[in-house]
Write a protein that binds this ligand. Structure first.
Ligand code: FAD
Length: 261
């Protein structure tokens, strides 16, 4: 395969094409490694689909697909679902009602300078940051889903998804450790931001680092100057400003439809 064309993008935006590609990859590649979904796996998958159906911002066709998938999963009396049935639904729905989920991966904010870097893990982080912000803006969206009783529903669903399905097992272990240390009474947006920065610190300079996108504490001063402060000569985060920045950066009004279907 030839190299993909470089897509111009703006680091201060979030791209719907990345979120759509993450769902495409998740449904068609990551899940495909499981022949059947049953028991705990099935429950984790159902909760993930419900969460996205309720909180995904923008992109009517994606929401429709996830709602259809969610209704279908909830209506099935089966304890065990072949992966092929999920795929059929995703593909057939797509054919009947026009394009729901792109048939290809288009990384934009998550594109890399070399194949094999960035892409899906980058877009999965992005998706969950967006979902924490969306949940904060519309908490009532989860009413009557069974998820509303959880203290930090987006983080709990993410934790279970990562533990059960995420291809990188080492990542799953690290994330589970952090989650197990407690996320009951946490502010979801800030918890995820902080956890993501912990991973950035750990990975800085490692082989998985794309030289064009070196791992660094985020947001950089150029993205958010007021997020950074100095106290007694030591760098500290201004968490109130980080929170406002997260709401803005991962909020609906900062989502770009460029390159999206
Ligand atoms: P990513 O870290 O994927 O970030 C994507 C985008 O999010 C960035 O471009 C930036 O715009 C934004 N961003 C960056 N930091 C933050 C922040 N703190 N808050 C909000 N937004 C931010 N890889 C490993 O090698 N070992 C691991 O243990 C590991 N654990 C992972 C755990 C999870 C849950 C996930 C989803 C991924 C994990 N990965 C791990 C993969 C790794 O974190 C990166 O996703 C991957 O290396 C690609 O990096 P990236 O440069 O695209 O930026």
């Amino acid at each position: 395969q030839g190299a993909e064309p470089w897509r111009d993008f703006n680091r201060s935006k979030v791209y719907m094409a990345d979120l759509e590609s993450a769902l495409h990859y998740l449904l068609r590649v990551e899940l495909a490694t499981h022949n059947t979904l049953e028991g705990e796996e099935l429950k984790v998958f159902k909760d993930f689909v419900t969460l996205v159906a309720k909180l995904y911002p923008g992109g009517v066709s994606v929401v429709k697909l996830m709602e259809t998938l969610s209704d279908w999963l909830l209506s099935l009396p089966l304890q065990r679902i072949p992966y092929q049935a999920v795929l059929d639904l995703v593909d057939n729905k797509m054919r009947i009602s026009g394009v729901f989920l792109g048939a290809e991966l288009r990384w934009v904010g998550c594109q890399s300078s070399r194949p094999g870097l960035r892409g899906y893990p980058c877009a999965l982080w992005t998706l969950f940051h967006v979902l924490t912000v969306q949940h904060d803006a519309t908490p009532a969206a989860l009413e009557n889903t069974g998820l509303e009783a959880e203290a930090a529903p987006v983080l709990q669903v993410m934790r279970r998804y990562i533990r059960t399905f995420f291809g990188c097992e080492q990542c799953g272990r690290h994330f589970e450790q952090a989650a197990a240390a407690g996320m009951d009474r946490v502010q979801q947006m800030l918890w995820l931001w902080n956890q993501h920065n912990m991973v950035n610190y750990r990975l800085a300079g490692s082989l998985s680092d794309d030289p064009l996108f070196p791992k660094a504490p985020w947001p950089s001063p150029s993205l958010c100057a007021s997020c950074h402060e100095e106290k007694n000569g030591v760098h500290v985060w201004n968490q109130d400003n980080v929170l406002s920045f997260l709401r803005h950066h991962y909020g609906v009004s900062n989502l770009s439809p460029k390159y999206s279907l």
